[in-house]
Ligand binder design. Structure first.
Ligand code: ZN
Length: 238
């Protein structure tokens, strides 16, 4: 999963959905646990209670002071400052200690790209080919853009295709880069939380969508004084 963004209702819905689909052994999180949403501490606590491999995203590092906010737009920067003022010291230490890249089984986990793990968006030929060139594993999992896709490499080209909902992608000899979409702030026009499950026995990875109580999250964001634009966009998945 990726880009939870302190959206506790979305995270709880994803975990419940994954359990209903047969459960999971561990969670691999591709960064941005916090930022934008109203429940950074509760999301961290929930994830840390599970068997977890988590890498850092730009919001995670900015909220704990490991990165600056110069690259953020004003809404994101406001949310980072709000988040920083609502995290405990120990939670900031956890975020500051997250690695930029992790390996799990045949996968490399990174928030952005292998060239610029924290900041670069893997959304075009150049970034995808560069990351394919740096991959020491067959598969790479990325987040950051909040846009689900599967990217394959063919004859020197990076081909982006849809990461279809509920249709398993078989892991074979092709090298692949996946983005499972965002749990807490989808931007592909579908407001439901997005995540993927990896089945190591069957060698398949499948993306799922799950609805959650968006109104409740928006109400909390308004009460917290977070920017209205950030609350509103959850309704549209944009
Ligand atoms: Zn994000």
């Amino acid at each position: 999963m990726s880009d939870i963004h302190a959206n506790l209702e979305a995270l709880e819905a994803v975990l419940a959905d994954a359990r209903a689909r047969g459960g999971f052994e561990e969670v691999w999180c591709l960064g941005d646990v916090v930022g934008y949403g109203p429940d950074p501490g509760a999301c961290l606590a929930l994830l840390r209670g599970l068997k977890l491999t988590c890498i850092g995203g730009n919001h995670d590092y900015a909220a704990c002071g490991r990165a600056g906010v110069e690259e953020f737009n004003s809404y994101a920067a406001q949310a980072v400052l709000w988040t920083a003022s609502h995290l405990k010291k120990e939670e900031k230490e956890f975020l500051a200690g997250l690695r930029e890249v992790e390996r799990q089984e045949g996968f490399t986990l990174v928030h952005g790209t292998l060239k610029e793990p924290v900041w670069e968006y893997l959304v075009n030929q150049y970034a995808a080919l560069d990351t394919f060139g740096r991959m020491e594993s067959s598969y790479c999992l990325v987040g950051h853009s909040h846009m689900p896709f599967v990217c394959t490499e063919s004859e020197g080209m990076a081909l982006f295709g849809p990461f279809m909902e509920d249709i398993s992608v078989r892991l074979d000899s092709r090298r692949l880069i996946f983005n499972p979409g965002s749990v807490g702030q989808p931007r592909d026009g579908d407001p439901r939380a997005s995540y993927a499950m990896y089945d190591g026995d069957e060698a398949v990875i499948t993306r799922h969508r799950v609805g959650y109580d968006i109104g409740r999250v928006q109400e909390k964001m308004r009460r917290a004084g977070l920017p209205e634009y950030l609350a509103e966009r959850l309704s549209h998945g944009r």
